[in-house]
Design a binder for this molecule. Structure first.
Ligand code: MEV
Length: 442
């Protein structure tokens, strides 16, 4: 069937939106309405709050919200909130946390907290002429023009750290940037940075128009292309690490400590040199990072983009984690560039985000960076530990068992049967189906 475009969809009431979708796309089957309605919250105010987070909302999309306890991070024992749909992520995090609990836990270091943004513009002038104008006039004007915007941030200890003129004319004709660095303290700072940058764009336009050393033609060549923060923040970065004597690794899978350390290090090295493996390796790290990013109301698309850009900074995509096994010591760490906030955005609005932040002891943005890096490192440790010993399917399918059983409408009694049935075996999809058939035909 050919569908018709809709006019003014956003102005329709929620009910009218649903009616339109059901008639246009869902063959007038009203049972779809019930699916949407069963996720509505009875608390009208809470539902309204969620509706207003986004646009054209017709229901809520649940994610499981789980807890990975026993994370010893810089001497503090934390329980991490994780919003994630993949069945084995929380279990893997909890297992890794427990493994490191009696070995000193995770240690973190904030390396830097600088965020970035650019005014991208085109101007047909000599680069040295523009640099002179920037150094002796424009930079001061840009800072003055943003004083109102930065006043609050400066009171909190942040603000604009620096502005540089970057000559990009060798890569694109007449292309320059104002590259600004910011300290946004406890906020992620996207709105603050973008407001400063938009003001830079306006001030640049005004000041170029007034500048006597530019000809009329040069002035008219100015095009402010865009003013926008960069989600690539290689200098907003945290290191998280674990270490212990190889003798203490004590893996319970039956291989020796030395073999475990050797295989583990090989697995990390493979991810350092092989992009196919690095992609999966880093995906596993982001399983841990994103789950806490989402639970704390931060932007997982931003943290993903930044992590992957950083992983590719050498020109070849590579592992975010590293490992050494020198002098009998196993050391495993991650350098994770990540820009997050604990104020602003959803943090003061979403009740579960408030819960997550309270659970974590109301961390500063820097403390949250540490927690996120640890979550990623722990997740990677858990994945590699399984991969180099038992393989991941044993643990993964054990967690996935309930998804398979739910697909077949298994009862609680049947589920219990399967937990016992697969106690010492790896779960497989076809074996679940075969055993379920046997059970039901009895
Ligand atoms: C699955 O979501 C993540 C893993 O594939 C990560 C890895 O292979 O390192 C288990």
């Amino acid at each position: 069937m050919q569908h018709q475009p809709v006019e003014g969809f956003s102005k329709l009431t929620k009910q009218r939106k649903i009616d339109w979708l059901i008639s246009e796309y869902l063959s007038n089957d009203r049972s779809y309405e019930q699916i949407l309605q069963q996720y509505w919250n009875n608390d009208h105010d809470l539902q309204k709050l969620h509706d207003e987070f986004s646009e054209n909302t017709i229901s809520n999309f649940y994610m499981p919200y789980g807890i990975a306890p026993n994370f010893l991070i810089d001497g503090k024992l934390l329980a991490l909130p994780m919003a994630v749909e993949e069945s084995s992520v929380v279990a893997a995090a909890s297992k890794a946390a427990k493994f490191w609990l009696d070995k000193g836990g995770f240690k973190t270091t904030i390396i830097n907290t600088e965020k970035l943004g650019h005014t991208h513009f085109i101007l047909n002038v000599e680069p040295h002429q523009l640099l002179h104008f920037f150094n002796f006039k424009l930079k001061k004007k840009l800072l003055e023009a943003t004083e109102d915007i930065t006043a609050n941030m400066r009171k909190r200890g942040g603000g604009i750290l620096d502005i540089k003129l970057i000559d990009k004319t060798s890569e694109l004709k007449n292309y320059f940037q104002l590259k600004a660095s910011f300290d946004t303290v406890d906020s992620m700072g996207a709105n603050f940075i973008n407001s400063c940058l938009e003001q830079f764009g306006k001030t640049l336009k005004d000041e170029v128009a007034k500048e006597e050393s530019f000809s009329q033609e040069e002035k008219e060549s100015l095009q402010i292309v865009m003013n926008i923060l960069s989600n690539y923040t290689p200098d907003c970065i945290v290191r998280a690490e674990v270490s212990c004597p190889i003798d203490d690794l004590k893996d319970d899978s039956g291989i020796s400590n030395e073999e475990f350390a050797w295989k583990f290090k090989q697995a990390v090295t493979i991810a350092e040199i092989e992009p196919y493996r690095a992609t999966t390796h880093n995906k596993g790290i982001m399983n841990g990072v994103d789950a806490v990013v989402i639970a704390t109301g931060n932007d997982f698309r931003a943290t993903e983009a930044c992590a992957h850009a950083y992983a590719a900074r050498s020109g070849q995509y590579a592992s975010l984690t590293h490992c050494t096994t020198d002098n009998g010591i196993f050391r495993f760490w991650i350098d994770l560039p990540i820009s997050v906030g604990v104020v602003g955005g959803l943090t003061n609005l979403h009740p579960l985000v408030k819960f997550s932040l309270a659970l974590l002891g109301k961390p500063s943005a820097q403390e949250l960076m540490s927690i996120l890096a640890v979550s990623g490192l722990a997740q990677n440790f858990g994945a590699l530990r399984s991969l180099v010993t038992t393989g991941i399917q044993k643990g993964h399918m054990k967690m996935h068992l309930f998804n398979i059983l739910n697909q077949f409408g298994a009862t609680e009694e049947e589920k219990q049967h399967f937990v016992t049935y697969f106690k010492d075996k790896t779960v497989s999809h076809h074996e679940v189906i075969a055993e379920l058939e046997k059970l039901r035909n009895k």
